[in-house]
Design a protein around this ligand. Structure first.
Ligand SMILES: Nc1nc2c(ncn2[C@@H]2O[C@H](COP(=O)(O)OP(=O)(O)OP(=O)(O)O)[C@@H](O)[C@H]2O)c(=O)[nH]1
Ligand SMILES: [Mg+2]
Length: 237
C-alpha cells in the first residue's frame, strides 16, 4: 500500500513537470518572464505586489495569478491596484499551486499584452518548493519576524529560489533578528541567491526591487509599420 502511494505521487509530480514545461515554453514564446512568489503565510507577498503594482503598473503591463487555500482576498486586494484581470485560484485545501492551475489561468491572460507575470503562491514554506509552475524563477519572501534559521530549516525553498526578498525591515529595531546571519544561512543553502531588503509597509528598499523588475520585464511591443500613422516622423535608421 505504501509503495503504491509513492508511485502515484511520483506520477502526479511527473505530469506536473510536463505541464510546467508546456507553460514555460508558452511564456518563452511570448517573451514574458514569470516570477513565482513563495513564502510562509504573512511574509508580505501580497503587500509587496500591491506596492509593485502601484509603482510600476502604469509603466509595465503586469498580470497576476494568486493562489489561496480559501478566499480570494489577495486577488481582491491586488485588483484595487490594477485595471488588468487578477486571476484568483482557490486551491480548496491544497498547500501549493500546480502547473495545470497556471496553465488554465493563462487562458484568460493576453500574453501578447503582458510584459511581466507574477504568481503569488499559497503561503507555505514547504509544499510549493518542489512544484515547478513553469516560472522563470521562484522568489522567496522571508520576513524579519520569522527567525534567521528558516533557510536552514526549510532548505528546499531557498535552494530552488533564484532571489530572496528580506521583507519587513521596518521592524528590525523592534525584533531580535540578525540580518547578516539570516543572509549567511540562506547563502549556505544557495550561494547564488540574490537578495532584496524591503519594507512593503514603508517603501524602504523598494527602488532596487523595482529596478530589477524593470530590467526583467519584456520590452513593450513595437507597433507594426502598418499601424504607424503616415504623419509620423521618419525614423533615423
Ligand atoms: N511592518 C510591516 N508589515 C508588513 C510588511 N509587509 C507586509 N506586512 C503586513 O504583514 C501582514 C501580512 O501581509 P500579506 O501581504 O498579507 O502577506 P502574504 O505573504 O501575502 O500572506 P499570505 O498570502 O496569507 O501567505 C499584513 O498585515 C501586512 O500589512 C512590511 O514590510 N512591514
Ligand atoms: Mg497573500
Amino acid at each position: 500500500m505504501a509503495v503504491r502511494t509513492i508511485e502515484v505521487r511520483e506520477r502526479v509530480m511527473a505530469r506536473n513537470d510536463e505541464l510546467a514545461e508546456e507553460v514555460r515554453r508558452r511564456l518563452q514564446r511570448a517573451g514574458v518572464p514569470a516570477f513565482n512568489l513563495v513564502s510562509s503565510p504573512g511574509s508580505g507577498k501580497t503587500l509587496l505586489l500591491e506596492r509593485t503594482l502601484e509603482r510600476l503598473g502604469r509603466e509595465i503591463a503586469m498580470a497576476v495569478i494568486t493562489g489561496d487555500v480559501q478566499t480570494q482576498n489577495d486577488a481582491d486586494r491586488l485588483a484595487r491596484h490594477t485595471d488588468r484581470l487578477v486571476q484568483a485560484v482557490v486551491t480548496h485545501g491544497a498547500c501549493h499551486l500546480d502547473a495545470s492551475q497556471i496553465s488554465r489561468a493563462l487562458e484568460a491572460i493576453d500574453l501578447h499584452a503582458t510584459q511581466l507575470l507574477f504568481v503569488e503562491n499559497v503561503g507555505n514554506l514547504v509544499c510549493p518548493a518542489n512544484w515547478d509552475l513553469g516560472e522563470t524563477a521562484k522568489i522567496v519572501v522571508f520576513s524579519v519576524t520569522e527567525g534567521e534559521d528558516k533557510p536552514l530549516k526549510y532548505p528546499a525553498m531557498f535552494r530552488n529560489a533564484g532571489y530572496a526578498v528580506l521583507n519587513k525591515i521596518d521592524l528590525l529595531p523592534h525584533v531580535s533578528f540578525d540580518l547578516d546571519l539570516a543572509m549567511a544561512n540562506a547563502l549556505a543553502i544557495n550561494p547564488a541567491l540574490r537578495f532584496f531588503k524591503t519594507s512593503a509597509r514603508t517603501g524602504a528598499g523598494l527602488e532596487e526591487w523595482i529596478e530589477f523588475l524593470r530590467s526583467s520585464a519584456r520590452p513593450p511591443a513595437i507597433a507594426s509599420p502598418s499601424l504607424i500613422p503616415s504623419s509620423s516622423p521618419v525614423p533615423p535608421w
